[in-house]
Write a protein that binds this ligand. Structure first.
Ligand SMILES: CC(C)(COP(=O)(O)OP(=O)(O)OC[C@H]1O[C@@H](n2cnc3c(N)ncnc32)[C@H](O)[C@@H]1OP(=O)(O)O)[C@@H](O)C(=O)NCCC(=O)NCCS
Length: 186
């Protein structure tokens, strides 16, 4: 993943129910093109508001990337625990002014570790043929690519969970928690 060194690194953390209004505002700030790429259709503001309400649930894990305390990008892991062995879907959205700076790649790495630690055996996502950035992001995981009607379904098997992958997720969660507490206290 190439990260643009001219921008400060975002704070990345898991999102909770209390973040739902911020998630809705983030998705509403996507421009037409990004909204179309994210949802595969030009969805309305009402649709986004309803969608945002369902983003935090037991079968989902959502990471957010914050710049100056504002949510600018999310990575979603959807449909966890609905099958055995677990399958899951991923989705990413980065606001236009924060695109092409490595944020999508960073969030995707979090989604892969989270999948690994939850026993996901097949991770898949759907995006348009012309979405070169998504193709670059998933290419690092040797996906099986299925092309259908202008869309790409990318499917790959995350590695088995390991003590290192558990430790990585735990350290990221603990670090984010303490940074948040410190920020609130100052
Ligand atoms: C697709 C999306 C998630 C990518 O996130 P991003 O932060 O803009 O992408 P990154 O900066 O992490 O770049 C990802 C890769 O694309 C490459 N890239 C960056 N800009 C590019 C461009 N204009 N054309 C082609 N590749 C580009 C990067 O070099 C990187 O590859 P590398 O890791 O091999 O160097 C983001 O642009 C977005 O939200 N788009 C709208 C919604 C969407 O399409 N979601 C996906 C469907 S679920």
């Amino acid at each position: 993943m190439s990260v643009d060194s001219s921008v400060s690194a975002p704070e990345i953390r898991k999102l909770w129910k209390s973040d739902i209004p911020e998630i809705a505002r983030h998705l509403l700030r996507l421009d037409h093109e990004s909204r179309y790429s994210r949802f595969g259709a030009l969805v309305s503001d009402d649709f986004i508001n309803r969608y945002a309400k369902g983003t935090i649930a037991g079968d989902k894990v959502v990471f957010g990337a914050f710049f100056d305390g504002k949510l600018r990008a999310i990575g979603e892991l959807l449909g966890l625990f609905q099958s055995w062995p677990h399958d899951a879907e991923f989705a990413l959205s980065v606001e236009p002014d924060w695109q092409n700076k490595g944020v999508g790649g960073m969030l995707f790495a979090r989604l892969v570790t989270a999948s690994q630690n939850r026993g996901v055996k097949s991770l898949q996502g759907l995006f348009f043929n012309e979405n070169e950035k998504m193709q670059r992001i998933v290419a690092k995981h040797a996906p099986e690519i299925i092309r259908n009607n202008g869309q790409i379904e990318a499917k790959f098997d995350p590695p088995w969970a390991s003590p290192i992958s558990f430790a990585r997720e735990l350290a990221q969660d603990v670090g984010a928690y303490f940074r948040q507490v410190y920020h609130l206290a100052t």
